[in-house]
Each structure stands twice: as C-alpha cells, then as structure tokens.
Design a protein around this ligand. Structure first.
Ligand SMILES: [Zn+2]
Length: 96
C-alpha cells in the first residue's frame, strides 16, 4: 500500500474508487442512517454496499457482489472432489 487510508474522514467516496472487486459508482442514499454506495463488481454486476463495509478491513471476498465467495465455495468443492477421487481411485498396489 503506497498511500494511507483516506476513507476514514467522512462517509464520502470518490466515484471510480476501487475496493476489492468493487468500483464505486454513485452515492445511493442512506439506509438505517448508514451511507450506502452503489458499486459495480468486477463481474459487472451492480450492488449497493454500506460505506463501512467498503472501507473497513475485511476479508477480500466481502468486497464483491458475492461472486468471489461463490467462487471460493466452488473451489473448495472441487478440491474436496479431488481428494475423494484420490481416495477412491484404484491405483493402490503400486508399492514394492
Ligand atoms: Zn461480482
């Protein structure tokens, strides 16, 4: 990180600012007294995110429309499948 974190001053973001997979597009008003921001995800889906969810330190997958989380789940499932395959594949009898 070459620069400090400018996001702590106000609930104001610059359109075009990037947070993880999300790019800020416009202010989306307040919800329950919290500033909401309209963002475009890297997968080109649109999502509205609470200001604090954008700027506070987060696991990276929280800063997306959710597709990153879905990808992680998929990767986990694929990895589990590989393990299952390895366990059940009939390539024993290879010792000696
Ligand atoms: Zn996405």
């Amino acid at each position: 990180m070459p620069r400090g974190n400018p996001g702590r001053l106000k609930n104001v973001l610059q359109p075009g600012a990037r947070f993880g997979e999300l790019t800020v597009v416009a202010y989306a008003g307040r919800r329950n007294g919290r500033a909401m921001w309209r963002c475009i995800c890297s997968c080109s889906r649109e999502t509205v995110v609470e200001y604090y969810n954008l700027v506070r330190p987060h696991p990276p997958h929280s800063r997306s429309c959710g597709h990153v989380r879905a990808q992680l789940m998929r990767a986990k499932m694929l990895a589990a499948n590989e393990v299952l395959k390895a366990l059940t594949s009939p390539h024993s009898g290879n010792h000696g």
